[in-house]
Design a protein around this ligand. Structure first.
Ligand SMILES: Nc1ncnc2c1ncn2[C@@H]1O[C@H](COP(=O)(O)OP(=O)(O)OP(=O)(O)O)[C@@H](O)[C@H]1O
Ligand SMILES: [Mg+2]
Length: 391
């Protein structure tokens, strides 16, 4: 059977389409912008290939041309030279109104219309497109639900909402006509770190469901590392210093500017990008209860460990201290410490490292079903950082 993404429902089809490897949704080809009267270009010979269904983050110091780059994509600013191609078509060949319908735009500082209700703010583009009233009101409700806005907020005005709520409205407004491309200029800039983390998580969930091509601007390197498939790090003058995955940016900074920008703790930051499940399986000083006391002594010697772990039918029972081992007592009955030193397969390597540092035993990997999935050691974590960068 030939698999056809159009057989799926539209949301899933667009995710499936987004995963097509190598399909470029947006291409910036040698794009420059020289504002009149400026001594140097805001953006200089920028080349970027943005894959369909991916999140690309533009980051860099203030004034390095991030907003200018976004605005050239939807032609709010025209490039001085170079070409921007969306889905194979040069944007200058497209009528501006039609182009912008396909590109949602979340502007810096949210920019809601202050004298319009939240519902009318969200309805901006659908109204422009002349949608039927009922269709618009259904869509507003659907979007409010999608971005996590209480329906009771819809009849309020922007200044009656918190910063985080306003940012959700900004995202809902940009998504209103279901554009395949979304440009987001510091969409979470105006909120505290806790709300920010939540909005980032929600964006990732939303992206998994709706599969847009997203270009997002931020000042925050941790935000970039968390949400980007690829990061474009720009320098003043719109010079692209590096364009790579988060892992690559941290592992192989292209130059001193990148190295300084990502920070001294880049190895620790890399640990946040990986999970325990990415490590190779390592048995560690862990044996089945049926193996007996002699085997326990052997395994402690082999691993130079004062502790050993006991499993029963693959379920991890806990850690036992060597002093508590008695030849005549079956291993299942030997006193065990509470098995606190454990992580889940989806724990980050950073949190695994934290637990190793504060525990006196090895750390066991235990899944939701209580099954033993190997042991994590500092050495395993360290050597994983030496592997080729993936992603
Ligand atoms: N309309 C304009 N006319 C003249 N110069 C402009 C214009 N818009 C932006 N610039 C200049 O272009 C450069 C890049 O501006 P841009 O807004 O793209 O920076 P940015 O990276 O988004 O900065 P920030 O992080 O502060 O938002 C700056 O030097 C800015 O002063
Ligand atoms: Mg800006």
């Amino acid at each position: 059977m030939v698999w056809n993404p159009h057989d799926l429902n539209p949301a899933i089809a667009s995710i499936a389409k987004g995963r097509t490897i190598g399909s470029i949704a947006i291409k910036l080809d040698n794009v420059s912008k020289q504002f009149e009267g400026a001594s140097s270009p805001a953006v200089a010979s920028l080349n970027l290939d943005i894959e369909e269904g991916s999140i690309v983050v533009l980051i860099g110091p203030s004034g390095c041309g991030k907003t200018t780059t976004l605005r050239m994509i939807n032609r709010l600013i025209e490039p001085t030279s170079g070409r921007i191609v969306i889905n194979g078509e040069d944007v200058t060949q497209r009528p501006v109104a039609e182009l912008r319908r396909e590109i949602g735009y979340v502007i810096q500082q949210v920019g809601l219309f202050p004298h319009q209700t939240i519902a009318n703010n969200i309805a901006t583009v659908p109204k422009m497109l002349g949608w039927e009233k009922q269709h618009i009101s259904d869509r507003i409700k659907e979007l409010a639900n999608l971005v996590g806005l209480e329906p009771s907020l819809l009849e309020r005005y922007p200044d009656e909402l918190s910063g985080g709520q306003q940012q959700r409205v900004g995202v809902a407004r940009a998504l209103a006509a279901d554009p395949p491309v979304l440009l987001m200029d510091e969409p979470f800039g105006a909120v505290d770190p806790i709300v920010r983390t939540r909005l980032q998580d929600e964006l990732l969930e939303l992206q998994a469901r709706v599969g847009k091509t997203i270009v997002l601007v931020t000042h925050d390197i941790d935000e970039a590392l968390k949400i980007a498939d690829r990061i474009a790090l720009l320098n003043v003058g719109g010079i692209l210093e590096q364009y790579s995955s988060a892992d690559e940016l941290l592992a192989e900074p292209a130059n001193a500017f990148v190295e300084e920008f990502v920070g001294e703790d880049r190895s620790v930051k890399r640990l946040q990008l990986r999970t325990v499940a990415d490590l190779p399986f390592h048995q560690g000083p862990v044996i089945a209860a049926t193996a007996g006391a002699a085997a326990a002594r052997n395994v402690m010697r082999e691993y130079a460990s004062e502790w050993f772990g006991v499993t029963s039918q693959d379920v991890f029972l806990g850690w036992v201290h060597g002093d508590d081992l008695q030849d005549e007592t079956p291993l299942e009955s030997v006193p065990r410490s509470v098995p606190a030193a454990q992580v889940q397969p989806d724990s980050t390597l950073r949190s695994a490292m934290q637990i190793i540092m504060t525990s006196h035993t090895s750390v066991a990997v235990i899944d939701d079903g209580g099954r033993f999935g190997g042991v994590v050691t500092l050495e395993l974590i360290r050597s994983s950082l030496e592997e080729e960068t993936g992603r």
